[in-house]
Design a protein around this ligand. Structure first.
Ligand code: ADP
Ligand code: MG
Length: 373
């Protein structure tokens, strides 16, 4: 038997820096995918070939402990084998072949796509039928506990559970999710990779997390009730007490609380078929990330401003942790060429490298097919 698993990358449409505040996110899968093909082999050994990296590796399923030192790409595969086996899904030996069209390290989650595709192919080959939700959790655990990259659960959920023509509304506290119609018949998402190295991203990310925790503690006192996270505070409440928080905790809290409310408004807009309104909320989200949460950068701001002034654009915002990485533009399909042209020129005028562009619809999540041999 042979199994083929295809898993997409993802972008977050709205709900940024809300995941670690137990709030809401709304990602969608993109048209760029990782394919993992698995064929059985006799011993409990996995051989993997990554076409993109031009490298082969192998390991035994009976020796899955992590090698010391730098993270290597094979650790993502070993990691999912480790969590699958630990979760009671015994695997058989396999030849695994990986090919990918998801850009690596651009913030489009090539890592989650790789994990989910590999895990799904190996599990199916071994005769296990896992629900996509469970698969997502095992892959998330692999990236956090085995690879050692502390990432939110959004990536693996988006990759495993998305449906074409929909966004995935995910509650990061309860992990409840809903598919929200994203009718992109005449519209597209243009992903713009600023190609700015995210050198500040890790330290500033940790600082924002710490600021949010500090704000929760102070807000509990100010509001007179125990709070678990900023998720538990409304915008009326922050309006009342923001001034009493030391800077910058007031503006950080306001951003997170309003962003959570924007995700709810965005879901309502999509349900009502109001794409314009959805786009407006994207612009507002960007303004909050730039002015209140302060995680944008000049390149991402320029992408959003340039898009905003171009006919046929409905919305735009930075996406991901910030300080570089990607922005997304929601636009009418015919407007894409003009937006790309204007962005290319605007970057060239400042002497910046030309951004990379990826045009996409809202795609399907994981797909697994079996082939008898
Ligand atoms: P992102 O998920 O934003 O693309 P990450 O740094 O989280 O960036 O993950 C990138 C890593 O995932 C790569 O360095 C590599 O280890 C692994 N990876 C992604 N795609 C492939 C691939 N096609 N083959 C092998 N490893 C891959
Ligand atoms: Mg990743």
């Amino acid at each position: 038997m042979k199994v083929c698993a295809v898993a997409p990358g993802r972008v977050n449409l709205i709900g940024e820096h809300t995941d670690y505040n137990e709030g809401f996110v709304m990602p969608a899968a993109i048209d760029y995918t990782v394919t993992a093909e698995a064929a059985a082999r006799p011993e409990r050994c996995i051989t993997v070939y990554s076409e993109g990296f031009g490298e082969g590796e192998s390991f035994s399923l009976d020796r899955l402990e992590r090698d010391a030192g730098e993270v290597r790409w094979i650790d993502y595969i070993k990691g999912v084998c480790w969590t699958l086996e630990k979760g009671g899904y015994r695997l058989c030996g396999a030849h695994l072949s990986i090919s990918s069209r998801v850009p690596v390290g651009a913030g489009l989650s090539s890592s989650a796509a790789l994990e989910v595709a590999a895990a799904a192919a190996l599990a199916a080959l071994s005769g296990h039928a896992l629900a996509p939700r469970e698969l997502a959790l095992l892959c998330w655990q692999a990236e956090n506990e085995y690879v050692g990259v502390r990432c939110g659960v959004m990536d693996q959920f988006a990759v495993a559970l998305s449906r074409s023509g929909s966004a995935l509304l995910l509650d990061c506290r309860t992990l409840e999710h809903q598919h929200i119609p994203l009718p992109l018949d005449r519209c597209r998402l243009l992903i713009v990779d600023s190609r700015v190295p995210r050198s500040l991203a890790a330290s500033e990310y940790n600082r924002r997390r710490a600021e949010c925790e500090a704000a929760v503690e102070q807000l509990s006192g100010l509001l007179g009730r125990p709070l678990r996270s900023l998720r538990d505070v409304s915008s009326e409440e922050i309006n009342r007490v923001e001034e009493m928080l030391p800077p910058p905790l007031g503006q950080r809290s306001r951003y997170v609380i309003e962003e959570n409310e924007r995700v709810a408004a965005a879901a309502a807009a999509l349900r009502a078929g109001k794409l314009q309104e959805f786009g407006r909320l994207m612009f507002q989200s960007h303004a909050g990330l730039r002015d209140l949460y302060q995680v944008s950068c000049p390149e991402l701001d320029l992408i959003v401003e340039t898009a905003m002034g171009t006919p046929g654009v409905l919305g735009a915002r930075m996406t991901g942790a910030g300080f570089g990485g990607c922005a997304i533009v929601l636009l009418e399909a015919e407007a894409a060429a003009e937006v790309e042209q204007r962005l290319g020129e605007a970057f060239a005028r400042r002497g910046w490298r030309k951004p990379h562009f990826y045009l996409t619809s809202a795609a399907d999540g994981l797909n697994v097919s079996r082939e008898a041999r």
